[in-house]
Design a binder for this molecule. Sequence first.
Ligand code: ARG
Length: 562
Amino acid sequence: MDLKSALANELKSQVLSSWTEEDISTLIEIPKHTHMGDLAFPCFRLAKEWRKAPGAIAEEIAHSLHSPMFNSVEAAGPYVNVRFDPVLTGKEIVSSILQQGVHYGSHSFGKGKTIVLDMSSPNIAKPFSMGHLRSTVIGNAIANIAETCGYETVRINYIGDWGTQFGKLITAFKKWGDEEKVKENPIAELFTLYKKFHEEAVQDPSLEDEGRKAFKLLEDGEEEITVLWKWFKNESLEAFKVIYSLLGVEFDSYNGEAFFNDKMEEVAELLEENQLLETSQGAKVVRLEDETLPPCLIRKTDGATLYATRDLAAALYRQREYSFDEALYVVGQEQTVHFKQVKGVLEKLGYEWADAMKHIPFGLYLKDGKKMSTRKGRVILLEEVLQEAIKMAGENIKKKNPDLKEAAAVARDVGVGAIIFHDVKNDRMNDIEFSLEHMLTFEGETGPYLQYTHARAQSILRKAGTPSPLSFEGLDDSSSWEVIKQLRLFPETVERAWKNYAPSILAKYLLELAKSFNSYYGNTKIIHNDPGQESRLTLVYVVAAVLSKGLTVLGIGSPDEM
Ligand code: ARG
């Protein structure tokens, strides 16, 4: 049972018959302090309708609201504060959670619909940047949330494996490269060559031309260049897969930009047929002035395609292949204009499904307040960050729990969990200052704190045994009631996280749940032979289940022991 709808229902039947339950529900708030009550109904909106002061209305409503579910109904200024009977309502809530079992928190409104997620999408021959980490973990969490709401998902890693930069890289390799060195340490070596190219090009601008030509040759399928490109790509993918396996992220497709090389003609033809293509200084563009956007470049003067051309081809392909209901592009906010242009062009082509394409932007990782740019080399290597986190978690375990079985796997869950949670707990639009120290703190509002809380609950159950069958007769202490109220919020939290494409909503919720559980644990003797023990253990069981499910949805492991 939902407390909000229970109160809305009473309000409607006893005082607000002309309102819909939904309208009442949206007004109901959770008071800032728990001592004020469980829910509050503000009376400002009614003041006009009833031509009375909100405070007087609150008094009136408080007098006429009655239900065996309510322990108290009080007017406090313009609010009606309601406190529920924790034994009666708590019993109803926990029983309904037990009835739903593993499905608790899941929804079915996404059934039969498909969400395509463009996520991670690093560029080959370059280090996997912190920006790509954000796209990977935010994208993966959103995909998991979508699945929890019943949707089918397709995770696409749109690898950046095409474009002028590969012409530059190939030019650099041919001039200064050493095959052995690349074999030894592919990403670092290729990245060094790429940086060298840019340094040298400042002195010798003709290099830029050479790079462009090399890319054109690649697009035309010239053999020697294609072999080099394939080699760079394979080496890069191998290195990326190490990171994905640490993060525990899998993809349904690795069709990157190059995959669309032979599908670009169609884009040009479609635009031509619809008379959308214009020549501007020798290049082909689609004008988007009416959308107050800069023109979208489709082909360069030499005929080479661009980032936008490939995204157009990819969108057409994905709609055909997956007939998506939504296509989410989890990509940094600096590409906002690009995605508006791509969508704008598809709209001009008359595709209604373009409406279902959504850019899900996120902020930057900053280093000393500045953007970390790959080109200038101000970059942090994610793999090192992950290994460092796992090492620290391992050392922690050695100190606290030297006999732990599967310690290596737990260290991985905890170290990686710290990094993932550090990212997803923030509103995704916020910039994050990169601090290894903060990422790796295991105290405070962190992933490891949630994992510890879950492991603590599991350890209680190991000690006392999980009641079978699980039963809950109601508890009347205030700290268990705070836990129950948090548990009740889980399904609507998942739904809200989906509607806002915001894993942070779920992350923050889990912190609240953990806090309420830890204070319950601090205040109550859970294992104590009295009639309430079964109910207390059942509550512990449900908390562990919700924490574990929530962490899993965020892409974080929840070891039973740590
Ligand atoms: N590879 C690009 C980058 O690193 C991101 C690709 C995003 N996805 C897309 N469909 N354009 O900037």
